[in-house]
Write a protein that binds this ligand. Structure first.
Ligand code: C5P
Length: 401
């Protein structure tokens, strides 16, 4: 299994003075978890919002704040930027964006930004009026033209209770952007569609037949494919944060998922069915709410279409078709049968009865099966690590053609 593209990378995290500075602490933790060495820099204003001790404790080294008398190095204005593999400014205020645009190197962070050849990600966060002000719009456009990566703010609740565009992007989205920049681009131009989550089949106006799938593994596959340059569509029944660069199509039932996946199969190259599709649905869903006083209802079920088998039957030669198999016994035999019956190129089998594996966990342990190849076991790992192994196999299948 290949390592995260952030492993061993020196990432300077520049934090400027906005309320969203508290989110930089979570971002730092996630970067460190992914194996990066995080060098934190805070501006004076940032220290009004969060403490350097907190950020330093969750980064890889103490926070640097000083251009003068910096205890870490006598020439901090160049050393930090020269040694970076990537610089992330999160949150980036209107003032720090303006200074960067002008090359106005008045503090350690601005010196670092202009003394580097490393890629830079700027993550703006400010009130909507500021984000939409022509000066900010113009500064952002100029930075973009210079090749700076902008992770746009989201819409939502802002400081002081205001609503609108300007909220710092989710740390997961910023992490995704970093992986996209530092990772291998071995799926550039490839279109990948992933299904995720469990389907919900209506019984009546308020009740559904659902399952325990959290969608986390499917989202991790989508994020990994996007990080490696693919154009990714995610057909999802759940509302997890959208990974960077991924387009989500929201569905609920097996029928809606089938329609979305069959349409996607026309113009996508890689199809990953990670969703837990209901095998049965109520033959008739009551239009209103079934009332208790009418007694115990008899719910007649009918089978749902097997979406994956249908995609397998109509598979193009250039498609790579990937299925998942959640089993509780005879893992490899059962998964092997599905691989053949559904005409798959790869099946990801997991024993959902094992500890830490499958539904709702952040970890998974799987066996990868390909036609005519020996099973490959991936021991208990994060769902993102498992996603990396799945995408490695997809790249391998495409390269072998
Ligand atoms: O046969 P089984 O349901 O175990 O197969 C699992 C695989 O088939 C998963 O990839 C799942 O997304 C897919 N599937 C499907 N349509 C169904 C049931 C399962 O596409 N109705």
């Amino acid at each position: 299994m290949s390592a995260s593209p952030l492993t061993g990378k020196r990432i300077v995290l520049g934090v400027t003075g906005g309320i969203a500075a508290y989110k930089a602490i979570e971002l730092s933790r996630r970067l460190v978890d992914a194996g990066a060495h995080v060098v934190p820099i805070m501006t004076d204003a940032a220290q009004h919002f969060v403490g350097a001790t907190t950020l330093g404790a969750l980064a890889s080294e103490p926070v640097q704040t000083e251009l003068w008398n910096n205890p870490t190095t006598p020439i901090p204005h160049t050393k930090v930027g020269q040694g970076a593999d990537l610089i992330i400014v999160a949150p980036a205020t209107a003032k720090s964006i303006a200074a960067y645009r002008m090359g106005y190197s008045h503090d350690l962070l601005q010196n670092t930004l202009i003394a580097t050849r490393a890629p830079v990600i700027v993550c703006p966060a400010m009130h909507t009026e500021m984000w939409e002000h022509p000066s900010v719009v113009d500064n952002i456009a100029t930075l973009r033209k210079r090749g700076v990566h902008i992770v746009e703010p989201e819409s939502g609740r802002l400081a002081g209770g205001d609503m609108g565009a300007g909220r710092l992007a989710d740390p997961a989205t910023i992490l995704g952007a970093a992986e996209r920049i530092l990772g291998p681009a071995d799926l550039t131009g490839v279109r990948v569609v992933v299904s995720a989550g469990g389907t919900r089949e209506p019984i009546d106006a308020v009740r559904v037949i659902a399952n325990r799938s959290s969608g986390k593994q499917g989202y991790a596959v989508a994020a990994e494919a996007a990080a490696r340059g693919a154009q990714v569509t995610l057909v999802s029944t759940v509302g997890l944060p959208t990974p960077a660069g991924v387009q989500v199509i929201a569905v609920e039932t097996a029928a809606e998922m089938q329609e979305a996946m069959e349409r996607a199969a026309i113009d996508h190259d890689v199809i990953v069915m990670a969703a837990a599709v209901a095998d049965f649905r109520p033959a008739h869903a009551a239009s209103g709410k079934i009332k208790k006083r009418d007694g115990v209802p008899e719910i007649v079920l009918q089978p749902t279409p097997d979406i994956l088998a249908g995609l397998g039957a109509n598979k193009r030669d250039d498609h790579v078709l990937v299925g998942f198999a959640a089993e509780t016994a005879n893992l490899v035999d059962n998964a092997q049968g599905k691989l053949e019956r559904k005409r798959l190129d790869l099946i990801v089998a997991n024993d959902v009865s094992a500890p830490g594996v499958g539904f709702a966990h952040d970890t998974n342990a799987v066996t990868l099966l390909r036609p005519g190849a020996k099973p490959v076991e991936i021991d208990l790992a994060t769902k993102r690590d498992v996603a990396r192994a799945v995408i490695d196999a997809v790249v391998d299948i495409r390269n072998a053609r």
